[in-house]
Ligand binder design. Structure first.
Ligand SMILES: Nc1nc2c(ncn2[C@@H]2O[C@H](COP(=O)(O)OP(=O)(O)O)[C@@H](O)[C@H]2O)c(=O)[nH]1
Ligand SMILES: [Mg+2]
Length: 189
């Protein structure tokens, strides 16, 4: 079955966002489990896949973080033919800081690596900048996110690829519209 994959660091609000989109109750805010499998939720005539969250979690070793990343990459490779597009959920307020911290250690941040990987295999990505209710300087924050993903600011040049949302407050209309546009393009094929 065709699917939309949701990827992102743990605790960015993936499950909350998918619940808001689908009306299905998902467990949110729980501590991420290292062995969590991709979770499929029906959405219109296709499905949304909630991928395991990657990134820091207390008690997780570097190997287990790598293992999660490898599982995600393997899943995407194996299912690329069915993946209509990806939604990469980021925490708007902390994204820049996390990316800069990794870059400062000469490491590629997982989300940047995944973003580039998805493009390499021709899967379009919508970046959902979540928890936007927690930031004051929205434009500045979104410029910072765009720039770190290789999209030249201002972010409004990239309205098809980057969208502010607040899953908790239910402010997801723009994301829904973007998703709908891509789904209609798929159905027209
Ligand atoms: N302020 C705010 N908090 C949010 C938002 N979306 C999710 N959260 C909170 O972030 C925490 C993690 O959410 P969850 O959906 O479990 O994240 P996941 O690990 O990415 O699936 C929970 O406490 C949510 O209530 C949002 O848009 N704004
Ligand atoms: Mg979750």
């Amino acid at each position: 079955m065709k699917e939309i994959i949701f990827v992102g660091r743990s605790n960015v609000g993936k499950s909350t966002l998918i619940s808001t989109l689908t009306g299905k109750k998902l467990r949110t805010g729980r501590r991420p489990g290292v062995t969590r499998k991709p979770l499929q939720i029906p959405y219109q005539d296709i499905q949304i896949t909630d991928m395991p969250g990657f990134g820091f979690m207390s008690g997780a070793t570097e190997e287990s973080i790598d293992a999660i990343k490898n599982n995600i990459v393997r899943y995407i490779e194996n299912n690329a033919g069915n993946i209509v597009f990806a939604v990469m959920v980021v925490n708007a307020g902390s994204f820049a800081q996390i990316v800069d911290r990794w870059n400062g250690r000469n490491e590629i941040p997982v989300e940047v690596e995944l973003f580039e990987f998805l493009h390499e295999i021709d899967i379009e990505v919508i970046v959902a900048a979540n928890k936007i209710d927690k930031v004051d300087n929205v434009d500045e924050i979104l410029d910072g996110i765009a720039q770190r993903l290789g999209m030249m600011p201002p972010w409004r040049q990239w309205l098809d690829m980057i969208v502010p949302v607040s899953a908790r407050k239910g402010k997801i209309d723009e994301l829904k519209k973007l998703m709908q546009k891509k789904l209609e393009a798929m159905r027209a094929k």
